[in-house]
Write a protein that binds this ligand. Structure first.
Ligand code: COD
Ligand code: ATP
Length: 289
C-alpha cells in the first residue's frame, strides 16, 4: 500500500478537531481535487476542461479565499446545536463565502457546490466532535433538511434542473447524508488496498462517484443523454479495472473526449470528490495513520 505524504501544516488531532484545522483540511481537499489530473471535462493541470471561464489558478485562488469561511462554519458547528439557529448562521456564512468567491474570481462560479458540501461537513464534524461517518453524515443531513428562513429566493441551474428532470442535486445529496462522498471514500480505500498509487486511487474514486451521481451540472449542460454518457463511460473504465489498467486508461480517454465533445463538465462529482478527500484526510488525522 502506498505511503501517503503528510498534509502540509497538518497536525495530528489529539482531541476533537478545532475549527482552523478543519478549515485547513477543507481547503486542502479543494486544492487536491483541482490539481488531480487528468479529470474528464473538468479543470485540471492540463487546462480548463469544458469551461471557457475557469482555470486551475482561479480554482486555487478561490479555494484559498474560502478558508476563513470554513473556519467560521466549523466554529458555528462547535458552539451551536443542530437547529434553525445554526442552519441560518451557516446559510449566512455560505452566502458570504459565495460572495467572496465571486470577488476573487471576478464573477465566475468556481466552488458554489463545494462551499455547500464542505461547509455542511466541517460544521457537522465540529458539532459531532469526532470521526464517525454516520454521525457526521447524519448531522450534515439534519442541517440540510432544516429550512433557512433567511434564504433569499434565487433561480439557479439546479432549480431549473429540478423542475425539468426531478433531480435533487446538491441539496438532495446533503439531505441523504452524502452517500456519493461515502461511495468515493470506499472506492479510494479499496484502490489503495489493491496497491494503486494515490493519483489512480483518487481517479477511481471520482469515476465511482460519476458512475452513479445525478449531476445537475451535466443535466443542465446536456440533459439526460449527457448524464447517461458520463455515467456509462465512468462505469466502463471501472469495469475494465479502473485507471490503473491500459484498457481502463483507454476508456478514460474516450470518456474525456465524449464530455469535451458534448461540452459537459461533471462539477457535482468534482465537489463530492473534494468531500471524499476531506473525509479521508479527517480519518487519517483522527486515526493517526
Ligand atoms: C444548495 C446550493 C448548492 C444551491 O443549489 P442549486 O442546485 O440551486 O445551485 P446550482 O445550480 O448553482 O448548483 C449547485 C452545485 O452543486 C453541485 N452539484 C451538482 N449536482 C450535484 C449532486 N447530485 N450532488 C452534489 N452536488 C452537486 C455542482 O457543483 C453545482 O454547480 C447552495 O449554493 C446554497 O443553497 N447555498 C446557500 C447558502 C447555504 O445555505 N449554505 C449552507 C451551508 S454552507
Ligand atoms: N475541477 C473542477 N472543474 C470544474 N468544476 C468544478 C471543479 N471542481 C468543482 N467544480 C464545481 O463545478 C461547479 C461549476 O460548474 P459549472 O461551470 O457547470 O457551473 P455554472 O457556472 O453554474 O454553469 P455553466 O458554466 O454551465 O453556466 C462549481 O459549483 C464547482 O463547485
Amino acid at each position: 500500500m502506498q505511503t501517503l505524504e503528510p498534509l502540509p501544516h497538518a497536525v495530528r488531532f489529539q482531541a476533537a478537531p478545532v475549527p482552523c484545522e478543519l478549515a485547513a483540511l477543507a481547503v486542502q481537499a479543494l486544492v487536491d481535487e483541482a490539481e488531480l489530473t487528468p479529470k474528464p471535462g473538468l479543470v485540471d493541470r492540463r487546462g480548463s476542461g469544458a469551461h471557457h471561464d475557469l482555470t486551475l489558478d482561479l480554482m486555487l485562488s478561490s479555494a484559498r479565499t474560502l478558508r476563513p469561511f470554513f473556519e467560521a462554519m466549523a466554529a458555528a458547528g462547535l458552539h451551536g446545536r443542530v437547529d434553525h439557529v445554526l442552519r441560518e448562521e451557516l446559510g449566512s456564512l455560505g452566502r458570504d463565502a459565495e460572495a467572496a468567491m465571486l470577488v476573487t474570481t471576478c464573477g465566475v462560479n468556481t466552488h458554489r457546490g463545494a462551499i455547500w458540501a464542505l461547509g455542511l461537513l466541517v460544521a457537522a464534524t465540529a458539532r459531532t466532535g469526532g470521526f464517525d461517518l454516520d454521525e457526521i453524515g447524519g448531522a450534515a443531513a439534519q442541517l440540510a433538511k432544516t429550512p433557512d428562513r433567511q434564504a433569499p429566493w434565487a433561480s439557479s441551474h439546479g432549480a431549473n434542473v429540478l423542475l425539468r428532470f426531478g433531480a435533487t442535486g446538491a441539496r438532495g445529496e446533503a439531505i441523504a447524508g452524502f452517500p456519493h462522498a461515502r461511495l468515493g471514500l470506499r472506492s479510494l480505500r479499496a484502490a489503495r488496498s489493491r496497491g494503486c498509487g494515490e493519483r489512480t486511487a483518487r481517479l477511481d474514486a471520482l469515476l465511482s462517484i460519476m458512475s452513479r451521481l445525478n449531476d445537475t451540472c451535466l443535466l443542465h449542460r446536456g440533459g439526460t443523454a449527457t448524464l447517461e454518457a458520463a455515467q456509462t463511460g465512468a462505469q466502463r473504465v471501472l469495469d475494465l479495472g479502473g485507471y490503473e489498467t491500459v484498457a481502463g486508461r483507454q476508456a478514460f480517454a474516450a470518456l474525456d473526449a465524449v464530455l469535451m465533445q458534448r461540452w459537459a463538465s461533471p462539477g457535482g462529482a468534482a465537489d463530492l470528490l473534494a468531500a471524499t478527500l476531506f473525509l479521508d484526510s479527517l480519518a487519517r488525522q483522527w486515526e493517526g495513520d
